[in-house]
Design a protein around this ligand. Structure first.
Ligand code: HEC
Length: 264
């Protein structure tokens, strides 16, 4: 099983960690719900009633094997303590994943920011019904010194919720977003989206209507990182548009009246 802590009013890490878990869930496929189970435990039982957790979870994943749990505050307090979440502040809750095999009594922790492959290896190592995993087991985060380029940052912090040219995921598709928004708006929004929601920015309100169950989190990025990310999104957009344009040109010669729906 994989356990993490969340709360639905969280405007920073929980939506990101949940989206990362959703990608792992996708990669586990039908093993989730059969061999592997996810439990996301609310640290805000006073406000996170089942309905709130249900709509939050629906933004990320639909399918068996992943439960979002809440309960009476006094019961939950015992669970937090037993699982090692000792923070008394909501935003200071534990962000690590707890991985365990209750049958064999093996437990470990992992950073939700480990590479996805690392997390899958760790999960497989505890799932004795899985194919034997490669001998080397890697643990902890940052075991590979990968430079924090726009591409790497995007993969880690944005790709769990956004694609570029594939369609909406947890958040909108970012293809050509620089064409839709001013450079200023874009950089400021990526840096602190909560400001835009707080002051009811019309574009942010419109986006929030399209994606009602989760808000884009504040990821505390520096200006240089934001600039790198925008350069990366622009360059992938150009590449995607180039591919689409040349495919259309090719298709145009072969069949004049075919229409293409690039969303699918
Ligand atoms: C947990 C999911 C999540 C993560 C992680 C996330 N976003 Fe978002 N993003 C959203 C949602 C949802 C919206 C829609 C607006 C809102 O609800 O705040 C959005 C909106 C946006 C927009 C506005 C799009 C438009 O059409 O104007 C941009 C740009 C954006 N995100 C960039 C990023 C970048 C860059 C990262 C990584 C640093 C990132 N987001 C990480 C969920 C996420």
């Amino acid at each position: 099983m994989v356990i993490n802590f969340v709360y639905t009013a969280c405007s920073s890490l929980c939506p990101l960690t949940t989206a990362r878990l959703a990608r792992i869930a996708d990669r586990l496929g039908d093993r989730l719900g059969r061999d592997v189970f996810f439990y996301s435990i609310s640290v805000d039982p006073e406000r996170d009633f089942p309905e709130a957790l249900k709509s939050f979870s629906s933004a990320f994943h639909d399918g068996p094997g992943w439960k979002f749990l809440t309960g009476k505050p006094e019961d939950m307090a015992k669970i937090y303590y037993a699982l090692g979440n000792r923070s008394r502040e909501l935003s200071g809750h534990m962000n690590d994943l707890i991985l365990g095999n209750a049958g064999s009594g093996e437990w470990s922790r992992n950073s939700i920011f480990s590479e996805e492959d690392t997390l899958l290896l760790e999960i497989n190592a505890l799932d004795h019904s899985a194919d034997p995993t490669p001998a080397q087991s890697v643990s902890g985060s940052d075991f590979l010194p990968i430079p924090e380029t726009g591409e790497h940052l995007f993969g880690k912090l944005c790709a769990p919720c956004h694609t570029i040219g594939v369609g909406p995921r947890v958040g909108p598709d970012l293809l050509d977003v620089s064409g839709r928004r001013s450079a200023e708006w874009l950089a400021a929004f990526i840096k602190k989206p909560s400001d835009f929601h707080m002051r009811h920015d019309p574009m942010a309100e419109e986006l929030a209507q399209d994606f009602p169950n989760v808000r884009m989190p504040d990821l505390r990025l520096g200006d240089a990182d934001v600039a790198d990310l925008i350069i990366y999104v622009d360059s992938v957009s150009r590449r995607v548009n180039g591919i689409v344009a040349s495919a259309d040109a090719g298709a145009g010669e072969a069949a004049h009246h075919e229409t293409h729906n690039h969303q699918n």
